[in-house]
Design a protein around this ligand. Structure first.
Ligand SMILES: O=c1[nH]c(=O)c2ncn([C@@H]3O[C@H](COP(=O)(O)OP(=O)(O)OP(=O)(O)O)[C@@H](O)[C@H]3O)c2[nH]1
Ligand SMILES: [Mg+2]
Length: 197
């Protein structure tokens, strides 16, 4: 079976990715599963640049087809912060309970209309011949008034989706994957991949 490395160290992403790509006839290996232990500096200035940096670094190292995901939360009231710094926001090792409460506190007196936010995800695929393809997915929502839900990861407990009247952490994973930034970007990438392998 064809093998693809997914250049991520984020277990939350990985669980979603494996579900979304589960019906492809390819083996998806995380960095850990491929025994790759490198520190990739995400010094790009956009989701797209960072996704390409991650995919290309591991593709150059292994000669395999490599996927990478760069994603984050943009809060309009905070000038689109944390954005590409979502993982590093308030410090890489700060628990999300603290990061999420910080954002909720910042928006304490902010009305519904000004609480808009979105998750953005760029998936990059690097091929050993040097070809690189990217696909982007976005889900629009609002910053919730309080933390809610225990599914998902990261900022999910504060990302409220009005169509479902709950946060992405309140949703079963199947539903989140159907409507999420990552789900949309990966579905689009799936179609590209089917033409290449
Ligand atoms: O609640 C969330 N639900 C999501 O669906 C989601 N997608 C992204 N994020 C946030 O954005 C960072 C990505 O940063 P990021 O792309 O650099 O990934 P990462 O550093 O965690 O792992 P890696 O893939 O780089 O190894 C993550 O850590 C999270 O804080 C999410 N939060
Ligand atoms: Mg990262």
């Amino acid at each position: 079976m064809k093998k693809i490395i997914f250049a991520t160290s984020n277990e939350g992403k990985l669980a979603e990715i494996k579900k979304i790509l589960g019906d492809l006839k390819v083996e998806i290996l995380s960095l850990k599963e491929a025994n790759i232990n490198v520190n990739i500096e995400e010094n790009g200035t956009s989701f797209e640049e960072n996704a390409i940096i991650k995919a290309k670094t591991i593709c150059d190292l292994t000669g395999e087809i490599v996927f990478a995901d760069d994603s984050g939360l943009e809060v309009d009231y905070l000038d689109k912060a944390p954005g590409i710094y979502s993982a590093r926001f308030l410090g890489e090792n700060t628990p999300y309970s603290v990061k999420n409460q910080y954002i909720i506190d910042k928006l304490k007196d902010v009305e519904e209309n000004d609480r808009s936010a979105r998750f953005v995800c760029v998936i990059a695929c690097a091929f050993p011949d040097g070809n690189i393809i990217t696909r982007t997915g976005v889900i629009e929502g609002y910053i919730a008034k309080k933390i809610s839900g225990s599914n998902g990861f990261g900022y999910d407990p504060i990302f409220y989706v009005p169509e479902y009247n709950c946060t992405t952490a309140d949703m079963p994973l199947e539903l989140k994957n159907n409507i999420s930034h990552r789900g949309k970007a990966l579905q689009a990438m799936k179609e590209v991949l089917l033409k290449h392998i």
